[in-house]
Design a protein around this ligand. Structure first.
Ligand SMILES: Nc1nc2c(c(=O)[nH]1)N[C@H]1C(S)=C(S)[C@@H](COP(=O)(O)OP(=O)(O)OC[C@H]3O[C@@H](n4cnc5c(N)ncnc54)[C@H](O)[C@@H]3O)O[C@H]1N2
Ligand code: MOO
Length: 408
């Protein structure tokens, strides 16, 4: 890979990463597997919902014209209509029907008076209506939720619970979505051992499992390829198992140390590097490239750096593969609680805890911000963006906060 000493601004690095990925091919999945994914096609309504005008309340279906006189107005009560029944009688002038929520409005009626606004009449079979209501009152009109043939939800719609409920209401248990990205994860480092095979003097590989969880939470299917030793040959040998994946994440070996072989191994494996090194802290030595349809992200080894770069670059790429339209990391306005200083040049993404106070989200940076420390990532709720060229922020300054997707 070509040495490139230019540091890319984070926004540009994200745009270039996103330019390498496309939504993956469509598959039809059952609703249980669709939550959090995005619609791969426009979905048309195949039924009109509600299928008929129906009552929004338990009460009486009336002719609004009967209620022109000052209340109380006495009406004769005909049939009782429950949800799921078909009315058998027309409501004639001077009469009404007892009706339950969801039951179809009987012919002749054009409004519903809720039960609490009535009282039984003196004669059985009569009711006194205590309020005058206009046509349409407490009537849920036919087609209010959906009309057959119209676009119910457009392609790219994120499938949350109401969207899936809407599709289920249409009788659709199968949903078109982009297939889940297959993501290979490779840790590198002579110092590493596996968590189920710990060795004295070694560092347990926490990055690959953490990234696997992050991939899973983002909607991808992770495969951990193991731990490669710090040699060109061993990293290359492990990369052979990355064939057939949509995305490959490597961890560590990205810097300029004498054991940092990952970029060289990626180049030998045939990956064309798009960029290396981003003007951010943590996460500066990130590299992104492509081989065929597979995108390779070389993440820095420090555990916090690997999670932050996942959040800022990898997760948006996974979201695009999953067919989401809105893929930028979400951000919210906040205010800084505290003082911050740095040299211009790198944008810092600080681990903060944020709480709502007096109408603002106040962010307090956690005391340790070094990339090697995971403790502060563990208690952080947001990342605070301290812009590249800024050198000082003080209490009350407006800041951009990135809510973290990695927490519980
Ligand atoms: N001369 C320079 N040195 C460094 C620079 C630089 O610009 N010039 N950049 C620093 C930055 S920033 C970072 S970030 C790190 C990234 O280094 P690498 O990606 O090469 O990662 P390593 O050096 O191999 O490891 C860093 C650190 O993380 C631990 N680690 C690695 N893998 C795992 C894992 N799977 N699970 C848990 N912990 C892991 C590793 O033991 C090291 O402590 O480079 C700086 N240096
Ligand atoms: O950018 Mo590195 O990720 O500070 O430690």
């Amino acid at each position: 890979m070509k040495e490139d000493t230019e540091l890319l601004p984070a926004e540009e690095a994200r745009a270039r990463t996103l330019a390498l990925v496309r939504p993956l091919p469509t598959e039809w999945v059952r609703w249980e597997d669709a939550l959090g994914r995005a619609l791969a096609e426009d979905v048309l309504a195949q039924r009109t919902l509600p299928p008929w005008d129906n009552s929004a309340m338990d009460g009486f279906a009336v002719r609004s014209a009967d209620l022109a006189a000052p209340p109380p107005i006495r009406l004769r009560v005909g049939e009782t209509i429950f949800a799921g029944q078909t009315p058998r009688q027309e409501v004639h002038p001077g009469t009404c029907a007892r009706i339950m929520t969801g039951a179809p409005l009987p012919p002749g009626a054009d409004a519903v008076v809720m039960r609490e606004r009535t009282r039984p009449g003196p004669d059985s079979g009569t009711v006194d209506i205590l309020e005058a209501v206009g046509a349409g009152h407490f009537v849920r009109p036919r087609g209010e939720d959906a009309r057959e043939g119209e676009v119910l939800l457009p392609r790219g719609t994120p499938l949350g619970i109401p969207e899936l409920s809407l599709l289920l209401g249409q009788g659709r248990g199968l949903v078109p979505v982009s297939r889940r990205p297959r993501v290979a994860i490779l840790s590198t480092g002579d110092e590493l051992c596996r968590v189920d095979d710990p060795a004295a003097g070694r560092i347990v590989d926490a990055n690959a499992p953490a990234l696997a969880l992050a991939v899973q939470r983002a909607g991808g299917v992770p495969t951990v390829l193991g731990i490669a030793r710090d040699s060109l040959e061993d990293v290359y040998r492990h990369l052979e198992a990355s064939e057939g994946h949509d995305l490959v994440l490597t961890s560590a070996g990205m810097s300029v140390g004498e054991h940092d072989f990952v970029r060289e191994a990626l180049e030998k494996w045939g990956v064309t590097q798009d960029f290396w090194r981003v003007a951010i802290k943590p996460g500066k030595p990130l590299a992104v490239g492509r081989k065929g349809k597979t995108v390779y992200c070389g993440l820095p080894g420090n555990p916090t750096s690997s999670l932050v770069t996942f959040e800022l670059f990898v997760r948006p790429a996974l979201r695009r593969m999953l067919g989401h339209v809105d893929v930028e990391p979400p951000r919210v306005p906040g205010r800084l609680s505290g003082e911050l200083k740095k040299a211009p040049g790198l944008a810092h993404y600080l681990r903060v805890t944020a709480e709502w106070r007096e109408g603002d989200l106040w962010a307090s940076p956690l005391s340790t911000q070094t990339s090697g420390v995971l403790r502060s990532a563990a208690s952080a709720t947001h990342l605070l963006h301290f812009p590249r060229e800024a050198s000082r922020l003080t209490t009350g300054d407006k800041v951009e906060l990135f809510p973290l997707s990695w927490g519980a």
